[in-house]
Design a binder for this molecule. Structure first.
Ligand code: 13P
Ligand code: SF4
Length: 307
């Protein structure tokens, strides 16, 4: 990717001229992640950076729901997404109208929504969560509302995986991440047989049977920290393909076994379209201010949650 140096230099120059920052998710390709990202991380980390950054323009090197989260937190900034088609199977699995129906069916229960959702859905929500803090958020809101069940939408597998770790009852939805749902128990069993010394880390959007066989489950940032801090000799990251490429650059002692699935939405973002986003100020993310304000409460409540 060093061949891309002129384009990277041009993007970094445009950022300075325009007072822009690039928030890059862990699933961006290495030339984006290491070459032009000002802040890199998981969904929670990027939301926190958006909330506190003082640039005029945010370019979201990630998918549309992430750009919406940045806009919700920074209504006065210009938020750009380099490709409007960078969606997410979880975000498109549920609408605001669906959430209103769920609330009618379960009156009195709080709605916890994964950040992988549209602003419309977040606006119907009591508090957001990410894969990094879902258990903590569920327990916090159940305590605050004095209830023993919560609604956790839309990721069915994340909900099941949270349910394994808490006494709080979970009412789930049928959304799935099209990348992580494709891993199954046999993948892990075969990897164990082929690489007996490898440590296997899996994302909580994977099916429960996968997490039961893995050594560790955590958000993309948690997987990154695990490898950087523990320096395993050999590791398998059960997640999107760019994750291992990015961590490998910072973990020279670790050997990465690389079974992975590509996220076609994340892969829509390229150095070329990031460059054009900055040059032509496109594509601007707009949210109805009334919807954005209600969604902001749910995201901000998550960010402000006591540790
Ligand atoms: P993290 O929040 O763990 O980064 O993962 C969310 C995800 O799948 C982004 O698409
Ligand atoms: Fe959505 Fe899954 Fe792609 Fe993340 S990896 S953007 S959850 S489809």
């Amino acid at each position: 990717w060093r061949l891309q140096a002129p384009l990277i230099a041009s993007i970094n120059e445009l950022k300075k001229q325009k007072n822009a920052v690039i928030l890059a998710h862990n699933y961006m390709t290495p030339e984006i992640f290491h070459g032009v990202g000002d802040f890199v991380g998981d969904s929670l980390g990027l939301a926190r950076e958006a909330a506190k950054c003082d640039a005029k323009i945010i370019v979201q090197a990630g998918v549309h729901f992430m750009a919406e989260t940045s806009k919700v937190l920074c209504p006065d900034k210009t938020v750009l997404i380099p490709d409007l088609m960078a969606g997410c199977s979880l975000a498109s699995s549920i609408t605001g109208a669906d959430v209103r129906l769920i609330k009618q069916r379960y009156p009195g229960l709080p709605v916890v929504t994964y950040v992988n959702t549209t602003a419309d859905v977040k606006a119907e929500t009591d508090i957001c969560c990410t894969s990094a803090n879902a258990v903590q958020v569920v327990e916090h809101i159940a305590r605050e509302w004095g209830v023993d069940r919560v609604i956790l939408i839309p990721d069915e597998f994340l909900a099941r995986n949270v349910a394994r770790q808490t006494e709080v009852g979970i009412i789930a939805w049928k959304g799935r991440c099209e990348v992580h749902e494709r891993f199954d128990r046999n993948d892990i069993i075969e990897l164990r047989a082929a690489y007996p010394g490898a440590e296997i880390l899996a994302h909580p959007e994977c099916p429960t049977e996968v997490l039961e066989e893995a050594d560790f489950a955590g958000s993309t940032a948690a997987m990154n920290d695990y490898v950087i801090q523990r320096k395993p000799r050999q590791v398998v990251l059960i997640t999107e393909c760019s994750m291992a490429d990015n961590v490998a650059c910072d973990a020279p002692e670790t050997e990465f076994v690389r079974p992975c699935n590509l996220c076609p939405h994340m892969k829509r973002i390229s150095l070329e379209n990031i460059h054009d986003a900055l040059l032509y100020d496109r594509f601007v993310v707009e949210i109805d201010p009334a919807v954005a304000e209600r969604a902001r409460l749910a995201v901000q409540r998550m960010i402000d949650m006591p540790p």
